[in-house]
Design a protein around this ligand. Structure first.
Ligand SMILES: *Cc1c(COP(=O)(O)O)cnc(C)c1O
Length: 380
């Protein structure tokens, strides 16, 4: 079925096509100058010292835990209200995820006060997810990290260019991870970026991204190196220049794209105002500069049990919706990790949340149409 208004639409045109063709014609398609250009531009736009392209964000998160020395027996505090990769990555290094609830139906960020109650002698790190690109309370979380000597990994997949008090998300903790999967703010098909201000971590990330080898094949092909040693147990988590070429174009479009998304968000806020006793709009009073990756709403208790019917109704009107997210602690493979978890707010949200369409080319009429259909259902 094709929807009249999809959840997401690619912001692609001839410039992405040209960038890929140019890369193919350059005769260098694996990791090389385009990856470096993407990294340099990304680091500069985020005002961070180091950025490294990655195959995807899942690999970036894995490598973050790896270089931070998180290991079996360690505990990592994380939200359950996230995409499963944020938690799976903790387990790739053998550590134990400890689920923490979010703040409220109107703020899907991990709750700093709850974090503190979950800290034990085994706790080594905190994963924060900046939901929809809205920042977590990094001051409170940073203070906890200092007090208990914990590392902070920012899953900033939803928030390229988003800010918290003037700093870009992903650049505030020890390591920040980004995704360029098709439906993210920057789309390269698959793809990701890892950023840090720490020189030592950068050095390790760079080595372990590519088998722990001391030189890359591009350096050898261009005569800058003829041999290599392997000095770390690494992986192949590299991006290729075909994707990086798309990424460079997408990155340049991002500031304008985010401005249009902000406009779409303000239309939603206006049109949905009459529904204020029926739904919550998370981060309604946000004043930070944000990416608006998605537009979530939460049905209030008086609409208990109607979420899936609402989604079916909207789908029948040609409006695609989604749910962000099914709770990670409720997945089969997390049963052994979730028996101790008390996550009432997360559990309420996952049963009452609906994600409405959000992308930069949505028109005022689209938002009015979606809002009218919501009213038609919720007022009936
Ligand atoms: C998309 C996403 C990921 C995974 O990114 P990939 O690039 O697909 O591996 C991880 N965490 C969050 C919050 C995401 O939205």
């Amino acid at each position: 079925m094709s929807f009249k208004i999809p959840l997401f639409d690619l912001n692609f045109d001839k410039s992405e096509v040209d960038a890929v063709v140019e890369c193919i014609e350059s005769n260098w398609i694996s990791s090389g100058p385009k990856c470096q250009e993407f990294e340099t531009k990304f680091a500069s736009m985020l005002n961070v010292k180091h950025a490294l392209t990655m195959t995807n964000c899942t690999a970036a998160l894995h490598l973050a835990f790896d270089v931070l020395g998180i290991k079996p027996g360690d505990e990592v505090i994380c939200p359950s209200l996230t995409f499963v990769a944020s938690v799976n990555a903790i387990r790739y290094v053998g550590a134990t995820p400890v689920f923490c609830d979010v703040i409220s139906e109107e703020d899907f960020s991990i709750n700093p006060r709850e974090i503190e109650t979950l800290i034990t002698v085994k706790t080594k790190a905190i994963v924060v997810v900046h939901f929809a690109g809205f920042p977590c309370n990094m001051e409170a979380i940073g203070n906890l990290a200092k007090k208990y000597k914990l590392k902070i990994i920012e899953d900033a997949c939803h928030g390229p260019l988003s800010e918290y008090r003037g700093s870009k998300l992903g650049t505030i903790g020890d390591i920040g991870c980004f995704s360029f999967f098709s439906n993210k703010n920057i789309s390269t098909g698959e793809g990701g970026m890892i950023v840090t201000n720490d020189d030592e971590l950068y050095h390790l990330l760079k080595l372990r991204r590519s088998h722990g080898m001391t030189t890359m094949s591009f350096q050898r092909a261009t005569g800058h190196a003829t041999a290599y040693d392997v000095v770390e147990l690494g992986y192949n988590f590299r991006m290729d220049d075909l994707r990086a070429a798309i990424g460079v174009v997408q990155l340049a479009k991002l500031p304008d794209d985010l401005e249009f998304r902000q406009q779409v968000r303000s239309w939603y806020l206006e049109e949905l105002e009459p529904l204020h006793s029926d739904i919550w709009i998370p981060y309604k009073n946000n004043e930070e500069y944000v990416s608006n990756y998605i537009f979530p709403i939460v049905l209030k208790t008086k609409h208990e049990g109607r979420r899936d019917d609402l989604r079916d109704f909207l789908h029948s009107k040609g409006i695609q919706t989604s749910v962000h997210y099914p709770a990670v602690h409720e997945f089969s493979i997390y049963q052994d990790f979730s028996n101790m978890a008390s996550l009432p707010i997360t559990e309420f949200i996952v049963a009452h949340e609906v994600t409405l369409p959000m992308y930069s080319t949505l028109k005022r009429e689209d938002i009015r149409f979606i809002s009218d259909k919501l009213k038609e259902f919720l007022f009936s």
